[in-house]
Ligand binder design. Structure first.
Ligand SMILES: Nc1ncnc2c1ncn2[C@@H]1O[C@H](COP(=O)(O)OP(=O)(O)OP(=O)(O)O)[C@@H](O)[C@H]1O
Ligand code: SF4
Ligand SMILES: [Mg+2]
Length: 376
């Protein structure tokens, strides 16, 4: 285990190094707020049901910040939508259980409570900031009306109190509260709208927030500002957070725990330090090798993961990563390895996790295996 002073650092807008959150890693003694068990989510397609989330198990404790990482199409947003019961009509939860612990300690079977009960939980207990959230505010509804209507829909009718809370949150996300509160979204920049969405998600003091790609589509300075806002808000309000991102430096900076998804499955889950310094799934290593070093180490050349993510209607046999994996052996195409605990709170789904290192050489000569077309 590495020491805290080796934690990843990233520069702030002034170019000064900023130590990452003084994270303690997963909080083993805090109560579990969200437990996902064997969750399967499918989309209806012309070629049948396509499995986008496949047997996900996840446990998130109060106060933890969890980064969900993986290439495009790995099922991150689908998982986020399923947890909020916001899947599109062509999708279904085929199997699984999601248990949520409310702030006052009640346990709720999230996928099975009726709609009325669920509406009472959304926003007050948990909320979501969507991917491309800067485009999700209705352009013809004033920011003030969005805040007021959201609060009213959830039983808060005191207009003055809502306004006061909204202004306080807009200021917390570093916006000119009065101006933005009275503006239409089209009068704001993308970064400002993104901050409004973050402020809105906090309006009813939720315990858990899901942020889906909170900084994509923004310029680098604005990204930096949003990250600083999220970090400050967490320090002030101490909510539990799942953030979905391609951006590993963001994960390094904000997360206590990192969960890697591949082809709808969780393949690695562990404390941020373990996953970044001692990744044990080849796919996590591949993701880390494909971005500039975020762990303060010497420069190493970047290597992309060869091949492409699988067609989810034709998932490779055995371990779904095997056609792209430099460590694969015969067993890999026959048996999908289970997620097992290889160190305290560090879980990996790989037959050969004990051989996996961060050395880039092994990636240089892989032949990507063709995936035979499955009969549908
Ligand atoms: N509404 C939909 N209808 C059909 N298939 C969908 C739909 N939304 C997502 N998918 C498919 O489900 C799979 C997982 O998509 P998802 O959006 O969850 O991935 P992601 O990890 O969030 O990707 P990204 O990083 O690009 O946002 C993909 O193959 C995608 O094409
Ligand atoms: S199980 Fe095999 S193919 Fe899959 S990641 Fe591990 S070594 Fe690679
Ligand atoms: Mg997504």
């Amino acid at each position: 285990m590495t020491s805290t002073d080796e934690r990843p650092t990233t520069p702030n807008a002034q170019g000064d190094p900023v130590p990452t959150r003084d994270a303690t890693g997963p909080r083993p003694d805090a109560p579990v707020v969200l437990r996902v068990e064997d969750l399967w989510v499918e989309y209806r397609t012309e070629r049948g049901w396509m499995q986008a989330v496949r047997g996900v198990d996840l446990e998130i404790r109060a106060g933890e910040a969890v980064a969900l990482i993986g290439e495009s199409g790995s099922g991150k947003s689908t998982l986020g939508f399923a947890l909020q019961r916001m899947l599109v009509r062509s999708a279904r939860v085929a199997r699984g259980k999601v248990t949520y612990r409310t702030r006052d300690g009640k346990t709720v079977d999230l996928l099975n409570v009726d709609d009325k009960q669920f509406r009472q939980l959304r926003w007050r207990e948990f909320s979501m900031v969507f991917q491309a959230a800067q485009n999700s505010l209705n352009p013809v509804i004033k920011v003030s009306d969005t805040f007021q209507e959201t609060a009213r829909a959830h039983g808060e009718h005191n207009k003055g109190r809502i306004q006061e809370k909204a202004l306080e949150l807009l200021r917390k996300v570093q916006l000119d509260g009065d101006r933005v509160y009275n503006a239409y979204p089209h009068e704001l920049s993308g970064g400002m709208r993104q901050r409004v969405s973050i402020a809105l998600s906090l309006l009813l003091d939720p315990q858990l927030i899901i942020l889906d790609e909170p900084t994509t589509a923004l310029d680098i300075i604005t990204q930096r500002a949003i990250i600083d806002v999220i970090r400050t808000l967490r320090d002030q309000l101490d909510f539990t957070m799942i953030f979905i991102s391609h951006d590993l430096s963001l994960a390094a900076e904000l997360a206590d725990k990192v969960v890697t998804m591949y082809a709808g499955e969780v393949v690695e889950d562990g404390p941020v330090r373990d996953v970044f310094y001692q990744p044990k799934h080849p796919y996590t290593v591949g993701l880390l090798n494909a971005v500039p070093p975020i762990t303060g180490e010497d420069f190493t050349p970047l290597t992309a993961i060869p091949g492409a993510t699988p067609n989810l209607l034709n998932i490779p046999s055995g371990c779904p990563f095997h056609p792209r994996c430099p460590y694969r052996t015969d067993i890999c195409s026959r048996q999908n390895p289970p997620l097992v605990e290889i160190a305290p709170a560090h879980y990996v789904a790989c037959h050969h996790h004990d051989q996996v290192t961060k050395e880039p050489e092994i990636w240089e000569h892989i032949e990507v295996e063709e995936v035979a077309e499955a009969a549908v």
